[in-house]
Design a binder for this molecule. Sequence first.
Ligand code: NAD
Length: 254
Amino acid sequence: MRFKGKVVLITGGATGIGRAAALAFAREGAAVVIGDTSELAAETVRLIEREAGRALFQPADVASPEQVDSLVESAVKRFGGLNAAFNNAGILPSTQPLHEVRASDFDRVLAVNLRGVFNAMHAEIAYMLDHGGGAIVNTASVAGVVADPGMSPYVASKHGVVGLTKAAAIEYGRRGIRINAIAPGLVRTPMTERWLADPGFRQSFFAAGPFAPSPLGRAAEPEEMAGTVLHLCSDAATFTIGQIAVVDGGQTVR
Ligand SMILES: NC(=O)c1ccc[n+]([C@@H]2O[C@H](COP(=O)([O-])OP(=O)(O)OC[C@H]3O[C@@H](n4cnc5c(N)ncnc54)[C@H](O)[C@@H]3O)[C@@H](O)[C@H]2O)c1
């Protein structure tokens, strides 16, 4: 019960990694506030309440600063504060070479994946500075550390999250706010189900042998991300700031 009495805000908690983290935080005692554009977040709340946890879903688009500000206000109003945040909402556009990407699509990916993290930190840090500090984890990606072909808007957005995380971490470390990121590899979620359903993709990505892209030969389950997120938000990580925890089954090791 590392988070007993704590309040955690999670964006993108309707499905996938965000839902797994929401359930894990709640199991360790946290009250969880979920901001998401998807009504499936109500199901995450139901799953938490079924285990006698406390959670609230408020519809919010992370690209909107007002809607994200309102999430922090709701966390304080409903549960009495804000101790940690997992800024995880994101979108993955279809794979395309850069010269075919529409500028409006590029802007939307940046608005959700990068500006969304900025909006969330803007609101969370403003509150935490005056209320005893806190811990923040942003969701980057292995695409924030290395590049994948056909994914230039996504790669740019996630490299941006890595930079934003480092910049914010050194600004606020002395003021009691620890900021880190996770960089997941391939995780089995609604975001990646179209890839994982493709036999050609599975065959090339999970192939055996010394040069296989995936040393473990499988995708992660969302729950395999939650442990690192909770650790980074916990008192076991008080000297860890500005780190990008790559949780990718060795995908970027070689
Ligand atoms: N699945 C992977 O392999 C993988 C790998 C690396 C990074 N990631 C990142 O992990 C994060 C979570 O993705 P996931 O894999 O769990 O996929 P997912 O699609 O299950 O989760 C994304 C969540 O973000 C929400 N969301 C999307 N746009 C939003 C917006 N504008 N405002 C608020 N919420 C919004 C969705 O409704 C959903 O709940 C994303 O940032 C993604 O880029 C995923």
